[in-house]
Ligand binder design. Structure first.
Ligand code: ADP
Length: 484
């Protein structure tokens, strides 16, 4: 698939440090999850190069943060325009290494680019405050300054957007960055880096360290332990997030963590059922169920339960599984064999405990899994507690509003949640009662660049996107001026 790139120079396989492409002494392979085909061998860097990248980011920090917001805006806008202009090629690289259907990959490029545009605009708005004095010989100011060198560790499910959502606000704020992209999807990260280089970021402002799974652990450890790195932003599993948090404790690093979810999707008796079905399909099966905001537990009230299951199942049967480059495909492969094992384990457990398979239920060829719906799910099943991260929708039954709220909140996670209702009182009650960072009300897809994305409880810390996303990368400084 990569032979068809309009601009073949977007296919980069070296890492990027201090404005130079760095090959290192080892390489690791990248494969197409749809076909198993070998796509490229990418530079596998380690501790020495991590040190160089941190040093480069630190060396250029004074001049980058000294630029005006408007100057940083100009470079970010060029990067944004290049991303939009090359969206077909980047999407092609993304579908090849990640598997998501090509139209969905293009959607991610546009979504990912929108963070660059948004934060380019926000670069001009890192405003401070003046406060009323507490005696008349003083004046009180609050200024906001870039935090310094930042590290970003990103996952494979959104190979582009999880980079831009962290890096664009950091750069806009006047920080410099070292990025460690996921080892399963480094090619998208490097294509985006090539465009950043063309946009004209000064050498060292943006550095990308690629490494294989074992190398990523070493690189990650060093980013955490460095006292030059002032901020770590991570998107990935809760398990790794906890580890990184512990590794950052000795240097008391500021953290932004976007971890696992276990999203409830509640359908009340008074919902518009057709709309709820569409929302559930969009939320559950996007990226073949491999997003942290995918509906993981669908709760449906007694009165509409059977009808919902019937309509939902019918709609799921229309999903088309296949290679993301084939037209009409809505479900690509899962990222790796272990992901299929997890879906299978959740299905086997549910069936053993009385779950009823309504659609799918089995592996297809290669790394493809049939979109699956299981009815009669209950709280004793693994699917009630663990995030499946695959195309399995368990449908639970409930009777009262309070039962739905209690079930939805009975998890250590708190990222996205969804519910469908047309009762305005209920909308406010339930919206306020859900212990989640985000609530979709009569909406199954809620992410965009100008809203605060993030979770509560063990789903993470901080918010990405919106004006709050810039705050992550700014320190507040209070100036008390005497003798005025
Ligand atoms: P996922 O479950 O989405 O694969 P992971 O949390 O395993 O998420 O991986 C997300 C990112 O974290 C990837 O870039 C991966 O290389 C990195 N990573 C995984 N384990 C570690 C670790 N022990 N230290 C640092 N980074 C890690």
């Amino acid at each position: 698939p990569l032979a068809l790139l309009g601009d073949p120079s977007l296919l980069r396989t070296d890492a990027y440090i201090d404005g130079n492409w760095v090959g290192g002494s080892n390489r690791f392979p990248v494969h197409d999850p749809a076909t198993g085909q070998h796509l490229a061998d990418v530079a596998c860097l380690g501790v020495a190069e991590t040190e160089q990248a941190i040093a480069a980011a630190n060396a250029v920090l004074p001049s980058w943060r000294a630029k005006t917001g408007k100057e940083r805006h100009a470079v970010l806008m060029r990067w944004f325009q290049l991303l939009v202009q090359h969206q077909d090629d980047i999407a092609r690289i993304m579908t090849a290494e990640q598997g998501k259907p090509f139209p969905e990959a293009k959607g991610e490029v546009v979504y990912g680019a929108s963070f660059v545009e948004w934060f380019a605009e926000e670069a001009k708005r890192s405003n401070g405050e003046t406060l009323p004095q507490f005696d008349n010989n003083r004046r009180l100011l609050v200024i906001r300054q870039p935090i310094g060198v930042c590290a970003a560790i990103t996952p494979w499910n959104f190979p582009l957007a999880m980079i831009t959502r962290k890096v664009a606000p950091a750069l806009a704020a006047g920080c410099t960055v070292v990025i460690k992209p996921a080892e399963l999807t480094p090619l998208t990260a490097l294509a985006v880096t090539e465009l950043a280089a063309r946009a004209g970021f000064p050498a060292g402002v943006l550095n990308v360290l690629t490494s294989d799974a074992a190398g990523s652990i070493a690189v990650g450890k060093q980013l955490c332990e460095s006292d030059v790195v002032r901020h770590l932003s991570f998107t990935g599993s809760t398990e790794v997030g906890r580890l990184l948090m512990a590794q950052c404790a000795p240097t008391v690093k500021k953290l932004a963590l976007e971890l696992g979810g276990n999203a409830p999707f509640i359908v009340f008796d008074d919902a518009d059922l057709e709309s709820a079905v569409e929302g559930a399909v969009a939320s559950k099966y996007r990226n073949a169920g491999q997003t942290c905001v995918c509906a993981n537990r669908i709760y449906v009230q007694d009165g509409v339960y059977e009808r919902f299951v019937e309509l939902f199942a019918a709609r799921v049967r229309t999903l088309k599984v296949g290679n993301g480059f084939e037209s009409g495909v809505t479900q690509g492969p899962l990222i790796e064999p272990a992901a299929l094992d997890k879906v299978q384990r959740h299905i086997d457990d549910a069936v053993a405990k009385g779950g009823r398979i309504v659609v799918g239920g089995q592996r297809l060829q290669g790394q493809f899994f049939a979109p699956t719906v299981i009815a009669d799910a209950h709280a004793g099943m693994l699917v009630a507690r663990e995030e499946t991260f695959g195309p399995l929708a368990p449908v639970f039954r409930f009777a009262t509003e309070q039962q739905a709220i209690d079930a939805a909140n009975a998890t250590e996670f708190g990222l996205a949640s969804y519910f469908y209702s047309r009762d305005v009182g209920r909308i406010f009650r339930v919206g306020e009662a859900l212990e989640y960072g985000m609530v979709g009300v009569n909406a199954g897809v809620i992410a965009t660049e100008h809203v605060p994305f993030g979770g509560v409880k063990q789903s993470g810390l901080g918010r990405e996107g919106s004006r709050h996303g810039l705050d992550e990368y700014l320190e507040i400084k209070y100036l008390c001026m005497g003798d005025v």
